[in-house]
Design a protein around this ligand. Structure first.
Ligand code: SAH
Length: 225
């Protein structure tokens, strides 16, 4: 890549932060910095590199999408990620959300059910030097008990309800961010664990691709690309 091209992506990332994120209520400077530094154009198919910093989700093939920048930032901000937090992401897709978390200093475990996407994300994250991310191939709808408990769990696909096992995998003070609703429209929920109590806050309305697997939609093959 030429210097000019690198500079132009850098400017686009800066513009994305100033026009799409900051004015819409993303105020955590550490989130904004990570969104500025992670090269989003590396996480989209070659044909969409030019659209990488636009205000929308993009197709990553296999009828799945990389989430809109604002949604990634909103989920990350809601999760209150601090350096050295242990974070689980369910639905790794391109690996972009995981890279943002790693950029903020988190130790990240990712589960991705689609083997082709998991392989691609694993290779991409390694190539870009995100050494604190481990990508597992499999059904993450019931979490990843082997590495629990987590300070943060982010579910990047739409769930019909909050899978109770995910709350059990949260550490004391842990946060779960998950879109819950029907196949076409969900609310982003933030659940916070304090001892045996859980508080729930409703954040933005959103539209994610469906969570599959045991804790997801029965028989769901995907309705959107
Ligand atoms: N966070 C991603 C976007 C994810 S799209 C990014 O930054 O690019 C949702 C992803 O969830 C898809 O890749 C889909 O294959 C995956 N997925 C759906 N159900 C899953 C499950 N039960 N376990 C793990 N991954 C799942």
């Amino acid at each position: 890549m030429s210097m000019d091209t690198a500079n132009s992506f850098d400017n686009r990332a800066r513009d994305m932060v100033e026009t799409q994120l900051r004015p819409r209520g993303i105020r955590d400077e550490r989130v904004l910095e990570a969104m500025r530094l992670v090269p989003r154009h590396e996480f989209v198919p070659v044909g969409l590199v030019d659209a990488a910093y636009e205000d929308r989700p993009l197709s990553i093939g296999e009828r799945e999408t990389i989430s809109q920048p604002y949604i990634v930032a909103a989920m990350t901000q809601a999760a209150r990620v601090t350096p050295a937090d242990k974070v689980l992401e369910i639905g790794g897709g391109s690996g972009y959300q995981a890279a943002i978390l790693a950029q903020m200093g988190a130790l990240v475990y990712v589960v991705e059910i689609n083997p082709r996407l998991a392989d691609e994300a694993r290779a991409r994250l390694a190539r870009l030097g995100f050494e604190t991310v481990t990508v597992f191939t499999g059904d993450g709808s019931e979490g990843l008990p082997d590495h629990a408990p987590y300070d943060v769990i982010i579910v990047s696909a739409a769930a019909p309800k909050v899978p109770p096992v995910l709350l059990e995998q949260l550490a004391e003070g842990g946060r779960l961010v998950i879109p819950v609703g029907n196949l076409y429209q969900q609310d982003l929920l933030l659940l916070w664990r304090h001892g045996e109590e859980t508080t729930t806050r409703r954040l933005d309305p959103c539209q994610f691709v469906p969570l599959r697997g045991r804790g997801g939609w029965p028989g769901e093959r995907g309705v959107r690309g």
